[in-house]
Design a protein around this ligand. Sequence first.
Ligand SMILES: Cc1cc2nc3c(=O)[nH]c(=O)nc-3n(C[C@H](O)[C@H](O)[C@H](O)COP(=O)(O)O)c2cc1C
Length: 209
Amino acid sequence: MTRKLLLVQASAGGPNSASRKLASLFVDAWKATFADHDVRERDVAADPIPHVAQAYLANMRSAPGRGDGQERRATFALTKTLQSEVLDATHIVIATPMHIFSVPSSLKAWADHIFHNGVTFAGSSTGVTGLLSGKKVVLITSRGGDYRPPSPLADFDMLVPYFRRLFAFCGVSDFASFDAHNAIFNAEDHAAQLEKMPDEMASFAQNWV
Ligand SMILES: Cc1cc2nc3c(=O)[nH]c(=O)nc-3n(C[C@H](O)[C@H](O)[C@H](O)COP(=O)(O)O)c2cc1C
């Protein structure tokens, strides 16, 4: 079986980005373990995803086949590509900084195109069925402050819980995160975590079947 990994990069920090470097190390460790792999990258910082706007929603609400078919196809071309990348993947790695306690808007725009009813979940009056079950997700984050309990900021982390719940809603139970804290508030501590994390991530990646 070919394992298909989708790597989503969201930091606008360029080559010095902590989350980018950690994600590259993680993916390299994973690739070294499994010969039969296929890795695809989506960089939402280098190649920004347009926000969902009025024309998009109007097309989304109109029944398929109605209105201008060409316009409809053009509107959803990128959405379909982004959705296929997620649906095709067996393993998903998302690398991101924390922005305002949560998801950078570039990454949220990506999610807005993908996580639709009938695509990643099926919702009805009787309940919700996740359509991504069986996929494995790893989230790699870096942040300026310290959100590890008992830090007073622990409850302010709305980045990891956001993705954990989003993927759980879509049927993914295999979710893990690696988080580097204190990039701004305590650079020495952040650097010490970056020293240790590659080993931890490598041993995880080697068993991430
Ligand atoms: C627009 C913006 C908002 C940010 N908001 C937060 C925040 O709410 N909490 C925090 O701890 N760090 C915040 N940061 C700091 C980044 O999360 C931190 O520098 C992180 O390590 C950057 O990761 P990277 O090196 O992968 O880009 C913010 C940075 C930016 C640019």
